[in-house]
Design a binder for this molecule. Structure first.
Ligand code: BGC
Length: 415
């Protein structure tokens, strides 16, 4: 009898673990303080569900290094179970036939009902869900140290003109006005903020989504480059190569006054125990109030043979959309939930403002733009070509007139 019971327990145990013990390797680039805290939430939830999480974190903001590693692993037949892939790049991976079909999870959990179309459209390949959206980041933010502004009797700028006036005063007071990280994706992030400020949302979409050559070579684009050039004078000598979170740290510590960065920067303020409105300001990039540059993070699943690993992938996809994960992850990450029905009462004022503007711009259809710098507007080859021109301009004495010609040529060559 005792023997039989032992056998039953052993068999039961085997059956339970065989049904649940899948493994999922997740390739991502969330390595800063706030980012690591955020991804740990998913790891814990996957493990609590009985699966094994294998972490493949590839350092490098914006994800360029992570994508290089992913491509080389995929071509050598060693793709991870899951990876952070965003925007139109999802279509490229889908076309190559790498991605697992998530429709069973999507249907069982009513993804079509809870996601706004601006999010769900990006997650589907030929009408089938192949990616699970994690969050919505707003890119066009300005982060400012409140004490620095208060001590100098200044208010944060709300237009490009005010930005230059405030920066000149801060510089005179011996403070670094703008904490910048001189890496191509960070240059592109600041540049796209300026294009939105100078040209507005309609212009932004014409230039970066429709790739309309008249807009690319327009006076507005020349003006955007000229304004972009002015940023340089208000950054410090240490800017080249600096990581974005180090730049955020300068604002947190009051070594610099402002940073222009998406709201993953808020994850760093939160991780440092700082409060919006008390320690820092989260405000739209000057001149972009009421506009929203969106950047949606998402996880795709690479097709796997092993049935247990497939179960682990589907479980993870389900967890990503769960209200609990959406709540805790996004509070740490600085972003907002992707679910329209999510209770926002526990979120801070920055996230609430972000959600309000996201909903308003999605509803009206005006003011909402996909981030070019974060791979939401075009295929990677095109945004990469735009980014190269932007960085070359910023780091040389190229004229704005030359820059728009180079921009047009680079886009044509990459299409
Ligand atoms: C991603 C964010 C990430 C940031 C910095 C962006 O492209 O969407 O999730 O925090 O890069 O690495």
């Amino acid at each position: 009898m005792f023997k039989k019971t032992l056998l039953a327990i052993a068999l039961g145990g085997t059956i339970v673990s065989a049904a649940q013990a899948g493994e999922v390797e997740v390739l991502h680039w969330w390595t800063s303080g706030g980012e690591a805290k955020s991804i740990a939430v998913l790891k814990d939830m996957v493990q609590d569900a009985g699966h094994t999480w294998v972490d493949s974190a590839i350092a490098g903001g914006g994800g360029d290094s992570a994508m290089t590693v992913l491509r080389s692993r995929a071509v050598s037949g060693n793709a991870p179970g899951s990876a952070q892939i965003k925007g139109p790049a999802i279509q490229e991976w889908g076309d190559l036939g790498f991605l697992a079909d998530l429709s069973s999870v999507a249907e069982a959990n009513n993804w079509d009902g809870v996601l706004p179309p601006v999010v769900s459209d990006v997650m589907k390949h030929n009408g089938v869900y192949v990616a699970a959206p994690v969050n919505v980041h707003r890119v066009n933010w300005m982060w400012a140290n409140k004490k620095v502004f208060d001590d100098n009797g200044l208010t944060p700028p709300t237009s490009m003109k005010e930005l230059w006036a405030v920066s000149a005063k801060l510089e005179k007071a011996g403070i670094i006005p703008i904490a910048h990280g001189g890496q191509p994706w960070q240059d592109a992030t600041t540049f796209e903020d300026i294009v939105l400020s100078v040209g507005g949302a309609e212009f932004f979409n014409k230039a970066f989504v429709n790739l309309d050559m008249a807009s690319i070579q327009s006076k507005t684009m020349i003006e955007s480059f000229e304004q972009f050039r002015k940023i340089k004078a208000y950054t410090d000598k240490g800017a080249p190569g600096r990581d974005w979170n180090v730049a955020t740290g300068m604002v947190i510590k009051g070594e610099a006054a402002m940073q222009f960065m998406g709201d993953w920067a808020k994850g760093e303020f939160s991780a440092a125990g700082k409060m919006p409105g008390k320690d820092y300001y989260c405000l739209p990039f000057p001149g972009t109030e009421g506009e929203y540059t969106f950047n949606i993070d998402s996880l795709v699943m690479f097709e796997q043979r092993d049935a247990e690993n497939q179960k682990a992938q589907m479980k993870m996809a389900e967890l990503v959309l769960s209200p609990k994960f959406q709540d805790v992850f996004n509070m740490n990450k600085g972003s907002i939930p992707v679910r329209l029905d999510q209770d926002m009462s526990g979120f801070d004022s920055c996230a609430q403002a972000s959600m309000d503007t996201f909903k308003a711009t999605s509803k009206s259809g005006t003011g909402l733009v996909p981030s070019m710098a974060h791979g939401m507007a075009t295929y990677p080859a095109i945004s990469g070509a735009i980014g190269d021109v932007v960085t070359n301009f910023f780091n040389s004495d190229m004229s704005a007139d030359d820059a728009v010609v180079k921009l047009a040529n680079a886009i044509k060559a990459s299409m």
